[in-house]
Ligand binder design. Sequence first.
Ligand code: NAP
Length: 296
Amino acid sequence: MKILVIGAHGMLGRTLINRLSHLSDTKNPYPEVVAADLEHVNVTHELSTTRFITQVMPDIIINCAAFTNVDACETQASEAFAVNATGAKNIASAGKQTGAKVIHISTDYVFDGTKNEPYTETDKPSPVSIYGKSKLEGEIAVHEISDNYVIIRTAWLFGPYRNNFVTTMLELGRKTRAVSVVTDQHGSPTYTNDLSFAIWTIISLNLRGMYHVTNSGTCSRYEWARKIFELTGDRISVHPVKTADYKRAAAVPQNSSLNCTKYTTATGHKMRPWQEALKDYMKVCKLLATNCTNGH
Ligand SMILES: NC(=O)c1ccc[n+]([C@@H]2O[C@H](COP(=O)([O-])OP(=O)(O)OC[C@H]3O[C@@H](n4cnc5c(N)ncnc54)[C@H](OP(=O)(O)O)[C@@H]3O)[C@@H](O)[C@H]2O)c1
């Protein structure tokens, strides 16, 4: 089985490449993994995307390429739509032409956050930001074009290789000894390593359709920050603030936690609690020590 990962230098892409190369099951012995990023293919260009995918001829394309800076999307809307919507469309079209299955990674930010409980796959998306709108347009394109796809909505990613909420909190905390964090945004922190295993599970069971996949449990960003400093043992003051007090360009959903029951039922695999995953990540990446690094 040949798997092409596009967006391979990103936070999820790099972990996915590592994990896929070491995972196998009886039906799918070690897959051949091809890694591609912007230097190999620019997904916003239809012809070069088709040409590239036709050369590689993968059985499966995993699309991790995205414009993920939520605030920057507000001022660079056309770039955001080009990567997150047109890019997804181009990959889906090339996948259809070559007979490849498309696994498209999407986001909790397609929801407006007004629901009082975790969102299911059948809840109606209603994004409140350009990032969310562009990602939703990407989902719709994949659904309309591909006849063999999986859309995986995930959330609040952390993992090695790139800065994320955890490394930002550690850097800020160690510099200023105090951080202010919002109490009214709720979601499910998700370890890229665990998500990569879930993606492999979805591949090996040959599932299709839409799945929500996050680590289990929900917290506020404030609770997440408190947990990070509890794990490091650093005496950092974490001040609770409201989203309204914290100026940022993009609107973000207040509750974007995802109900992952469909994934658990289909696979028999329950994602572990986010606290366990966080501890594992911080241990593996040596973030528990005062000099933090974020790579292997
Ligand atoms: N991070 C989160 O908290 C989060 C939450 C929910 C869902 N997601 C979704 O999960 C997926 C992976 O996210 P991530 O955090 O791993 O993203 P990331 O670290 O920002 O990586 C995205 C990758 O896509 C590449 N890319 C950007 N434009 C491209 C283009 N035109 N053609 C080809 N490649 C391009 C980027 O290259 P450059 O770095 O060179 O630009 C980067 O390597 C995305 O679909 C994202 O929407 C992320």
